[in-house]
Design a protein. Sequence first.
Length: 434
Amino acid sequence: MSRSGTPDFDRRQLIRGLSTLAGGTLLWGCADDTPPGRYGKLDRERLAKQRQDERANTGRGPFGPQVYQGYRGLAELPWFDLDASGALVCTDDSVPHAIDVHCHLGISVLFAPEIDLQAGTARVRHLLDCDAENPGCRLDLDLYANGNFTDDQLAALRLSTLAQGLWGSRFAETQTIPGLLAEMEAMHVERAFILPIKTGMPFGDDLTERWMRAIRVAGAEERLLAGQSVHPREDARLEELRAHAANGARMVKLHPTVQSFYPDDLSMMPLYEEAQRLGLVVFFHGGRAGIEPESRHRFALPRHYQAVLAEFPRLQVVLGHAGARDVDAMLDLALGYDNAWLGIHGQSVTRLDDIIDRTGGERLLFGSDWPFYHIGMSLAKVLLCTESRHRRFARGRILRDNALALFPELTQGYTLAGRFENLLGTEAEKFVSG
């Protein structure tokens, strides 16, 4: 329900919501209840080795050291410059205008005051706030993206996450539609998919509805494409899925580590079946990011996604972050299924180079995870990896063409909602008011 109504919830649901904000350590992430075969010692060792090897090998790949002073420091690269205000801009007109399939807006749920998503701010505070000072923080493009957080920045991130649900985040209140559109314009991004996450909290958990309305109020439907999220354990999940689809939400975001579910759990199959029937695209957070509590790692291992790909061959599935720190296993999985797409956000330039080699650039999707990071961070990696003559073919594929293949209606002269006009009616009116 909207936070404008009277809260009506049970205590267990409230504890689950607070647990999510606190990082999953209070109730839902106990390692003792992990079913056999879901997560074990070898899985922990692989993650530890990935992190150790990445740190040891940064700067030793095909592009050498790629360290900059903040997002502004990316102006050292030939495709970027700083504008009169000192903000990063892409100045190379040959760079294709991209479609970013992985963006969010500022989050406020539970008790946090609602954010004015129409308000402009002097500066967007990304969750990795690398330009807070000048010179900016150390930004290494040859690390997985969150490897750039210092201990202090991670502590600030955890505090901001709590604030998003309790008293309001100073970061989140700057992560508005004008801020995103301005950054898109500066980075040659034509369109962006806005992906909410439904956390299962007892109230204030209506990001899908609020973000849809905010985009409509801003008149930004042509630039910002509203996605949706449903919670795996909610009884009304299928009804919500249909209603949001009827209002034009073409992609549904599911987040195993936040929502505490295994992608291949039998209880999830009706949701995938309905998404397949509706022609929706499922966007999963994929793999272990490494900064979430270990109690949540078990849900996102690549092997847990295989049944979805195998059992629903007509369902197009985006595996976000290309598996994050489990990229090797996720890449192997994706290569075996024609309905698997890899969102490439977060991967280092060395790993992205390998992914392009193995896929030929096919079914790779550009994404930035804004406002976690500046869009320029992801764009710079793609441009570096596609600069050589034998790689130029992949630049357009990754930045734009693959997204158009996945969402062919973007090339046609009608809105996303038009695809679902047969579903418009009482369900849509119930869940998404004007």
